[in-house]
Design a protein around this ligand. Structure first.
Ligand code: HEM
Length: 510
């Protein structure tokens, strides 16, 4: 008899434990946001969220309002959709809302890197020194020189007339910006004397092409890898690519290069000083490659595409670019050395700046996630008080909450190149409910986890577009073709990508 009671008790414990694990007992407590667990135990809304986070969150916002908690793959996420209340989340101390917990799990899974507690500080220190202020001048110059090699190396040489070349615009933009950015950060093939300079440049071009080719394979697998839903064959391919990159970007190989950026070398050294073993530092190099090169290429694609689709925007940006070049005392001439666009010249382009911000508003879709360390109060901008439960996650999705809000950005789906400019050329402010917004777009995230490469990223995009407009005439092969839709499987990971490429042609302007 006693045995049967013990068996029954164990069974009951297992059943209750499983039900608890699956979320069956979770109830909304007083002052907590509306709770929606969906219909599938444990998974909740995981499938809807993964298939199209943007559509899912719009639906939830219509159903529950500006704050709600949803079950996604065993985790409870509270989404705050009111931009006036964002400050309460992004400014909260790390002892209450921790961004590293979630990021660490992701980084382990997708890059094989095991984070240490000093990583964030190391990234921040290196980025402040090498990607901002004087460091940004150096990095912008390095990007410029590598763009000259990758984009302008054969300027009209040996070609009669001005024939058109054709390519997929996404492939072309991503390829050029990735390769130049990679070389600027990770260094160039060493040279010894001018005789081998040409050879070294040629090597840089072929090597960076190879890196890009492999990177795109990984990039395509990335969203499903991050959600841990890759089928076995793709999982094996992701493992192969990870190992390939750990090797290709290994610390040993990196130090054989010339012109390695301070951003890369100082982070590597700091990790070593903090006791991170070399094989782990190889993996960190791969993490940095993805963070630094996965977004600027797609962003450059969207910007060129919007400019081509909006001739008045193309005209305004081209006039500005031509004017800035003229003021610098340079001119674009056939078969001469390429022009040098400096960081200083990039500070004189308010129209291009507005076009970049508008492109980011339309095509950047990060999701900011923090772990709720213990129960805490959240005061919304409208005065309502909520309790966030310890162990849950709190998340912001600025694309829906701000960037597509017609009250903040009228006709939100339309590209308006001068949306961020006042008629006198100064930067515009944006309002909701009559209150000025601190965050009218949020492509870079915000708070402690804000993208530390944002100033360099903008300069990379601007340099590429600057040179394309100075040197080339461009047009879509089919001018009537619609802008391709966004690939909905990539929400949450930074810049969005199109579902398919679009063909364009380009030829020298002179
Ligand atoms: C259009 C281009 C880019 C976009 C839209 C972008 C966006 C972002 C976003 C949304 C985050 C995460 C913020 C969060 O979790 O709250 C991030 C993190 C990061 N980004 Fe960028 N980024 C871009 C380019 C770059 C570049 C060029 C670099 C470096 C050269 C860079 C380096 C990083 C690093 C290292 C992190 C992780 C920071 C940390 O964990 O402390 N990003 N980026």
């Amino acid at each position: 008899m006693a045995i049967w009671i013990a068996v029954l008790c164990t069974l009951l414990t297992v059943v209750l434990g499983s039900l608890h694990f699956l979320g069956a007992f979770r109830r909304r407590r007083p002052k907590e946001p509306p709770l929606d667990k969906g219909y599938i135990p444990w998974l909740g809304y995981a499938l809807d969220f993964r298939n199209n986070s943007s559509e899912f969150l719009q639906k939830m916002q219509r159903k529950h309002g500006d704050i709600f908690t949803v079950l996604i793959g065993g985790y409870y996420f509270t989404f705050v959709m009111d931009p006036l209340s964002f400050g309460a989340i992004v400014k909260e101390s790390r002892s209450k809302l921790d961004f590293e917990k979630f990021a660490s799990e992701l980084v382990r899974r997708v890059f094989g890197y095991h984070p240490v507690s000093t990583d964030h500080k190391i990234i921040q220190l290196a980025s402040t020194k090498y990607l901002m202020g004087d460091g940004l001048v150096v990095m912008t110059q390095a990007m410029m020189e590598n763009l000259q090699n990758v984009l302008l190396h054969s300027l009209g040489a040996g070609v009669e007339g001005r024939p058109w070349s054709q390519d997929g615009l996404f492939h072309y933009s991503y390829n050029i910006v990735f390769r130049a950015g990679y070389l600027a950060l990770y260094g160039n093939e060493p040279t010894n004397g001018t005789a081998s300079k040409k050879k070294a440049q040629e090597h840089d071009r072929t090597h960076s092409e190879e890196v890009f080719h492999e990177f795109r394979k990984y990039d395509r697998l990335f969203p499903r890898l991050a959600y841990a839903v890759l089928p076995p064959k793709d999982k094996m391919e992701a493992e192969r690519l990870k190992k390939l990159f750990w090797n290709m970007l290994s610390v040993k190989k990196t130090y054989t290069k010339d012109n390695i950026s301070g951003w890369i070398s100082s982070q590597e050294r700091d990790l070593e000083e903090n006791g991170v073993p070399e094989y782990m530092r190889d993996r960190f190099m791969f993490l940095l490659l993805w963070a630094s090169q996965g977004n600027t290429g797609p962003a450059s694609f969207w910007l060129l595409l919007y400019l081509m689709k909006h001739p008045e925007a193309m005209k305004a940006v081209r006039e500005e670019v031509d004017q800035v070049l003229k003021e610098s005392g340079q001119a674009v001439k056939p078969c001469s050395t390429p022009v040098n666009v400096t960081r200083d010249m990039l500070t004189k382009t308010p129209v291009l700046d507005s076009a970049v911000e508008e492109m980011l508003r339309l095509a950047a879709g990060p999701i900011l996630i923090r772990a709720v360390v213990e129960d805490m109060n959240l005061k919304m901008a409208n005065g309502e008080d909520y309790i966030l439960r310890g162990g849950d996650r709190v998340a912001l999705f600025p694309y829906v909450a701000v960037q597509m809000d017609p009250e903040i950005h009228p006709e939100p789906l339309t590209f308006k190149y001068n949306r961020f400019l006042n008629p006198d050329g100064t930067k515009k402010d944006f309002y909701k409910n009559g209150k000025k917004l601190k965050y009218s777009t949020m492509p870079w995230g915000a708070g402690t986890s804000i993208c530390p490469g944002r100033f360099f990223a903008v300069n990379e995009i601007k340099l590429f577009v600057f040179l394309m407009l100075l040197y080339y005439d461009m047009e879509l092969v089919n001018g009537e073709e619609e802008i391709p839709p966004i690939d909905n499987s990539r929400w949450g990971f930074g810049m969005m990508q199109p579902t398919h490429d679009i063909q364009f042609r380009y030829r020298l302007r002179f």
